[in-house]
Design a protein around this ligand. Structure first.
Ligand code: E4P
Length: 214
């Protein structure tokens, strides 16, 4: 499973990139709004050093609007992936983007059928939202597992991005259940590094080194 970071914050993206494990970035209108930035400028900044997929979401809700917005965003850099919502209009737009070689990420996926529809329309990625399903008392990980099984049975190459990740167990479970990618908020990404035995082990090694016999 690959790691994407789920943020529009440049410092967080730079820090994650410097760790050497970052395969891409996802943004959404809420994340961009939180930063108070000009969207296209931020996409230029991100794609100046991130070579993997950078998801940029359209705001239009009709296919025509999504297509024209997406085509403009795609001009920013070849690794821009156009993120569209899981609606009939969204999938009409995916079909057009796919025919023009523009990568797509179908977002707000909450059922296996939605993922299958998006894949058949030509989506490069589908994004099932784990945390938002769990919040309602549903099982987000089970959805990942179902989508992964269906894609394997039918030899579908669309990649599954586990999204709406809230904690480290989501990451482990997404990997175990067949997600190709997890898009992770910065704080959760940093939590993945932590283990008390790692910290105490480092302390012990350093203490022993200080007390070594010369
Ligand atoms: C993914 O592409 C979405 O931007 C994101 O994971 C949504 O997460 P949230 O449910 O925490 O807002």
């Amino acid at each position: 499973m690959k790691f994407f970071i789920d943020t529009a914050n440049l410092e967080e993206i730079k820090e994650a990139h410097s760790l050497g494990l970052l395969s891409g970035v996802t943004t959404n209108p809420s994340l961009v709004a939180k930063e108070g930035i000009q969207f296209e400028d931020r996409l230029r900044e991100i794609t100046s050093f991130v070579s993997g997929s950078v998801s940029a979401e359209v705001i239009a809700t009709d296919a025509e609007g999504m297509i024209s917005e997406g085509k403009e965003l795609a001009k920013i850099a070849p690794n821009i992936t156009i993120k569209v919502p899981m609606t009939p209009d969204g999938l009409k737009a995916v079909k057009v983007f796919a025919s023009e070689g523009i990568q797509t990420n179908v977002t707000l996926i909450f059922s296996a059928n939605q993922a299958l529809l998006a894949a058949r329309a030509g989506a490069t990625y589908v994004s099932p939202f784990l945390g938002r399903l769990d919040d309602l008392g549903h099982n987000g990980i089970q959805l990942i597992s179902e989508i992964a099984e269906i894609f394997a049975i039918h030899d579908i190459s669309t990649e599954i991005i586990a999204a709406s990740i809230r904690h480290p167990m989501h990451v482990t479970e997404a990997a175990l259940n067949g997600a190709h990618i997890a898009t992770i908020p910065y704080q959760v990404l940093m939590q993945l590094f932590k283990h008390p035995l790692t910290d105490s082990g480092i302390e012990k090694f350093l203490a022993d080194w200080e007390n070594r016999k010369a």
